[in-house]
Ligand binder design. Structure first.
Ligand SMILES: [Mg+2]
Length: 278
């Protein structure tokens, strides 16, 4: 296993045939997706070469997304299509982590989901009874582009009848090629505002719950792992809290003059993941 940070990767490995020095020597590498690997349907230039170089050098790589709108299979297919061959087991989403966490809290519980079909399918696959009415023990809150008054009312009635609240991710917005769109924070705020009850658990980044799943997937400790992401309050805060090496990339949501960069202080700030290879 190579540990020399100045090691030169072999030519001809991976699709991009990369030659370059990996800047950091850690064994495990976690990559955010939106704004880090791709933006919309476009690969961030050099992302394929960087991932190929890390894999060729024996590093362990996984992808970590707070977005509950697609399945792991969908993300793996998208990454593979963009030139980063990936299996579903290398992708960790907030949907998967929420379903696994809820199994530890209340297996098989009836749930009402403010969310889209991939999340509902993940919960059903983990043995939960997904219901369309308020007779549930949990209201699961996620990024939901079909959120409406009827769902808000069902959530209210469920909480009045004793249901608890759990959510996938805390993101306020999601970057798209056309600009930002509302994310899960809007649904959380709406439900908390009308019910007067706080969400108990948000499993996505920056929670340790999603990180534990990711580190187990890679088979490394936090100290052996790098997280690379474009969002300070999720990717970088999680890494700083739990002892990972943090790399902020400026290819997504964070502007170079953001004053929080100095406060949160990632270990490295790079224009994009291309620069992980010198
Ligand atoms: Mg991102």
């Amino acid at each position: 296993m190579p540990h020399d940070s100045t090691m030169r990767t072999g030519e001809g490995h991976g699709r991009a045939g990369v030659t370059g020095k990996i800047r950091l020597s850690q064994r495990g590498w976690l990559f955010d997706l939106d704004g880090t690997i791709y933006l919309g349907d476009s690969l961030i230039p050099g992302a394929d070469a960087t991932i190929a170089a890390l894999r060729a050098a024996g590093r362990r790589v996984a992808f970590l997304s707070n977005k509950p709108l697609q399945t792991r299979e969908d993300y793996a297919r998208k990454l593979t299509g963009l030139g980063i061959p990936t299996g579903p087991d290398e992708v960790i989403t907030s949907s998967l982590v929420l379903a696994r966490h809820l199994v530890t809290l209340d297996p098989g519980a009836p749930v009402f989901v403010i969310g889209e079909p991939p999340l509902i399918a993940e919960l059903a696959a983990h043995g939960f009874e997904t219901r369309a009415d308020h007779r549930v023990r949990w209201v699961v809150i996620a990024f939901d582009r079909t959120f409406d008054y009827a769902k808000l009312n069902t959530a209210l009635q469920a909480v009045r009848a004793g249901a608890r609240l759990i959510a996938t991710n805390p993101d306020r917005t999601c970057p798209t090629p056309e600009g930002e769109i509302p994310d899960c924070a809007g649904m959380i705020a709406a439900v908390e505002a009308v019910t007067g009850q706080a969400v108990e658990v948000v499993v996505g980044k920056p929670s340790s719950i999603i990180l534990d799943v990711a580190l187990r997937t890679l088979g490394v400790t936090a100290g052996e792992c790098v997280i690379v992401g474009d969002r300070l309050e999720t990717d970088i805060v999680m890494g700083r809290c739990y002892g990972l090496t943090t790399v902020l990339v400026l290819s997504g949501i964070t502007r170079p003059d953001d004053p929080r960069i100095a406060e949160i202080h990632p270990d490295a700030v790079l224009p994009s993941i291309r620069e992980l290879i010198k």
